[in-house]
Design a protein around this ligand. Structure first.
Ligand code: AMP
Length: 209
């Protein structure tokens, strides 16, 4: 199985589609955002270092994220969905080094940014960020509670409007070189992320096979 690299703005559906992919393919999900949030929850040295940067919507340093990522991969035995990594050209190059001879496809979730602010304002997640809902398009069966774990659903601090705007700005200023990098190596495919969850998933599956 090929490694799958998901590229797209915050709120474009990478996490939600990752969960669907994990259920249908023998792929593991690795989200650098979740790994960083776990560090913050544990109050580790790394977590304390990155907390403020994340709360402001900026990117954590390339070195810290690369170390954390490498420590959580077993590429010789597993294939992964990379969610939220790479975020810039440097990280794309680092990921190529990490992957070595392991094959990969990069998928760009294309969506107009106006929709994203609304999506993020309506996103609710479990404390670990792993179960994701949208109050309008994918609501939980019981209001405020996760269908799977029964935990209360929360709004991520960085999904608040002002931070969302900063995150969009960061995304727009860093994504183009990443897209060119994968396009030039013949590894880029695009998915129209402005569809129903199942519509996006169908297109995603057809493009990574
Ligand atoms: P995400 O959950 O992917 O939206 O990421 C949430 C926040 O975690 C981002 O706004 C960054 O502060 C940080 N983060 C996640 N992934 C990366 C990455 N690959 N490089 C730098 N910072 C990251």
């Amino acid at each position: 199985m090929k490694n799958v690299i998901l590229l797209g703005a915050p709120g474009s559906g990478k996490g939600t589609q990752s969960a669907k992919l994990v259920g249908s393919k023998s792929l593991n999900h690795v989200s650098t955002g979740n790994l960083l949030r776990d560090e913050i929850a544990k109050e580790s040295v790394l977590g304390l270092k990155v907390k403020q940067v994340m709360e402001s919507g900026q990117l954590v340093s390339d070195e810290l994220v690369a170390e954390l990522l490498k420590a959580n991969l077993k590429l010789d035995s597993e294939a992964y969905i990379f969610d939220g990594y790479p975020r810039n050209l440097e990280q794309a190059k680092t990921l190529s080094t990490i992957l070595g001879n392991h094959s990969c496809v990069a998928v760009y979730f294309k969506l107009d940014t106006e929709k994203l602010v609304e999506r993020l304002a309506n996103r609710r997640v479990t404390k670990d960020g792993k179960n994701i809902y949208n109050l309008i398009t994918n609501p939980p069966k019981n209001s405020g509670v996760c269908d799977i774990s029964g935990e209360p659903l929360l709004q991520r601090d960085d999904d608040k409007e002002e931070v969302v705007r900063k995150r969009m700005e960061v995304f727009e200023s860093t994504i183009n070189p990443v897209l060119s990098y994968y396009k030039d190596s013949g590894k880029l495919v695009e998915v129209n992320a402005n569809q129903s969850l199942d519509g996006v998933f169908g297109e995603l599956i057809s493009k990574i096979e």
